[in-house]
Design a protein around this ligand. Structure first.
Ligand code: CA
Length: 653
């Protein structure tokens, strides 16, 4: 590979240096040579481009960062030779779409220097499924970062599947932003966000005729803030933006300060020929390292959860005991007790409930308000997580009475303060044998690998919204088909799937109407991945649905050894095959309001002739399902399901 080094010509009589114009600075290929990163230098600024199979997926995109150590945007030159190394990552995940992961990459480090003599390394990784970069600083000190000039330039004609960032302090009790907006789908790159303050990661784009890409970031811990895509995206240039001053408290800085030597989180670009290849990526965990080892056996699993359908009134000892019984009946590991358990059940009651649950082989998970003073959410318990002393005391009690995990809700945004707060909760929870699930929260960014006791995160307009408003229920079929290609690609997602009640509301009559079929709902624990799946079942569902539904709910796992997205398109439909041990689960959902034939090519995943069974919608009913026998077809033959409007299926082999 040739490199062209910039020559700085300091000419006598000139005050500023003159830079040689170098169109292509370097061209770097992925291990399989299909993905190509091109780096440019123009006017002493750096840009990059990404190609896959010779197709341009990301056009000339700017790079640069402003820090208290100096500006690294204009007037950058190489201070020493570009370093290129080949590496490989081999790791296992307790929670995820794949349990054993092996990835090859090439890492390119460009040691740069600015006019003031300050040094910064621009580090790229090129992988078979995309490109990532970060800014690294080798000097020993600390620095505050004020701005990134980096952005992503979509080629002309690109179309986005994006979710707007919500305005700070809007939403329930001023708890936004918490990544709970519907997606805007199939819009031209450069379209303004309906809320007017930009878009969250991840952002999916199609470049028609060329391929698909997903923009996100990973590796964000307490040393940095979360970022998003700025509102201004004229011409399809989406720049990296830092949290607004308005998020959380004004006393919390929007500018992260990191100790050096150190590096920013990775900005990543996943590429693929179609959205199904993009959805299979593990890049968000490939690029990070565990921050600690788990001190206990983290057990992924399923939980019963009364609040989703029955709301606050259900948080009593007696109702919770029935949900523990249902968890036992379904062989679920967990039962989540939501707010306000401290008031309506009490601490003594929880101790008795935990003991009862243990006698049935079930562990309790408990809800907490993250509070502090950054939101007005009145739900209790409050003030138990936001100071180290209270948190440790609480967790010690939880461990003593056999609680296995916590759900912490209502965080204040993406500033560094919150990223450190997440890390502190996770680290302490690890000491006390507790898994962690965040709600009202930010996107997880590589956390299931960085923090081994992190099992799931909300950061999605989840099932609860269907119970709040009919407009949400109406959008649910298409919403569920965009999430596997966006939010769930980069981390576990606590959507809280599977409601089998047709009507939702206090009396089961006057509330919202579910628009998805029962088989659609039953497919969701396979379509969505979450280290703990909190299912929206109530005991009556178990009585009213056939026994094979119970068999399926018992069998379906919450983490996977292997995942293949077989077909589908965001907003329309999705078909996914996931393996746990020797068992394959194939699930499909139809996000459109018309009947469809979904023909599944198993691509040799399952031995031809292997017998299985499937749950499908019962024709002519809204909430009825039936069981059918299925056989894995020979190569080039397909397994066919005629799926009704907003319907689904799930097959088990
Ligand atoms: Ca929520």
């Amino acid at each position: 590979m040739k490199h062209f080094y910039v020559m700085i010509l300091l000419l006598a009589g000139l005050l500023s240096p003159v830079y040689a114009q170098v169109p292509v600075y370097g061209e770097y290929k992925s291990p399989d040579k299909k993905v190509v990163l091109k780096v440019y230098q123009e006017q002493a600024r750096f840009f990059f481009q990404v190609f896959r199979d010779n197709q341009l997926l990301l056009d000339k995109s700017p790079l640069g960062i402003e820090t208290s150590e100096g500006s690294f945007y204009n007037d950058l030159t190489l201070r020493s030779k570009i370093k290129i190394k080949s590496g490989r990552e081999k790791y296992t995940l307790t929670v995820g779409k794949q349990s054993k992961i092996k990835k090859k990459y090439r890492e390119i480090t460009m040691p740069l220097i600015n006019l003031q003599g300050k040094e910064m390394d621009l580090v790229f990784r090129v992988m078979n499924d995309g490109v990532a970069y970060r800014y690294a600083f080798q000097n020993k000190s600390s620095c505050t970062v004020f701005k990134e000039h980096g952005g992503f330039q979509l080629p002309a004609g690109a179309k986005g599947y994006l979710t707007p960032l919500s305005k700070p302090k809007t939403g329930f009790a001023g708890t936004n932003p918490s990544y709970e907006e519907h997606y805007v789908m199939d819009v031209p790159a450069g379209t303004a966000s309906p809320i007017g303050i930009g878009w969250t990661f991840p952002a999916l784009f199609e470049v028609p005729g060329s391929g698909w890409l997903l923009l996100s970031e990973t590796g964000v811990d307490g040393s940095f803030c979360g970022t998003h895509l700025a509102e201004q995206s004229t011409g399809g240039l989406y720049t990296v933006a830092y949290p607004s001053m308005d998020e959380g408290l004004y006393s919390q800085s929007p500018y992260p300060t990191m100790s050096l030597p150190g590096a920013t989180p990775w900005r990543m670009v996943v590429v693929g020929a179609d959205p199904n290849r993009v959805a299979e990526t593990t890049m968000a965990t490939d690029l990070v390292e565990p921050l600690y080892k788990s001190k206990f056996d983290v057990v992924p699993g399923k939980a019963t959860w009364s609040w989703l359908v029955l709301k606050d009134d259900s948080i009593t000892f007696d109702v919770s005991r029935r949900f523990v019984d249902m968890a036992d009946h379904l062989d679920f590991d967990y039962c989540l007790i939501d707010a306000p358990w401290d008031v309506q059940i009490g601490r003594d009651g929880i101790e008795r409930l935990a003991a009862y649950a243990q006698s049935r082989g079930v562990s309790l998970l408990l809800w907490y308000n993250s509070n502090g003073n950054w939101n007005e959410a009145p739900q209790t318990p409050r003030d138990r997580m936001n100071t180290p002393a209270a948190r440790k005391e609480e967790m010690k009690w939880m461990q003593k009475i056999g609680i296995k995990g916590l759900k912490v809700d209502f965080f204040g945004g993406d500033k560094q303060f919150y990223m450190q707060y997440y890390q502190d909760i996770l680290t302490d929870a690890n000491t006390y044998g507790l898994t962690v699930n965040f709600h009202g929260t930010t996107l997880p960014r590589g956390w299931e690998r960085m923090y081994p006791n992190f099992v799931t995160n909300e950061a999605v307009k989840g099932m609860e919204f269907v119970t709040f408003d009919q407009g949400n229920a109406d959008l649910q079929p298409s919403h569920c088909t965009v999430l596997p290609y966006t939010r769930n690609v980069v981390g576990p997602m606590d959507f809280t799937p599977v409601i089998l009640n047709a009507k939702l509301g206090p009396d089961g009559v006057s509330g919202t109407t579910r628009m998805t079929s029962a088989a659609f709902e039953l497919a969701l624990p396979v379509v969505f991945q979450s280290g703990i799946q909190h299912l929206g079942l109530v005991p009556a569902n178990i009585l009213n649905f056939p026994f094979f539904v119970t068999d399926y709910l018992r069998a379906v796992p919450a983490t996977w050894d292997e995942t293949h997205f077989l077909s589908g398109a965001p907003g329309r439909e999705v078909v996914v095959a996931r393996r746990s041990g020797d068992t394959w689960f194939i699930a499909g959902i139809n996000g459109e309001n018309r009947e469809k034939l979904l023909s599944i090519n198993l691509k040799g995943l399952i031995k031809a002739g292997k017998e299985g069974w499937a749950i499908v919608d019962k024709v002519g009913t809204f909430n009825g399902v039936e069981k059918v026998d299925v056989v894995a077809p020979k190569k080039r033959r397909t397994l066919d399901f005629m799926v009704p409007a907003n319907g689904g299926f799930v097959a088990v082999f």
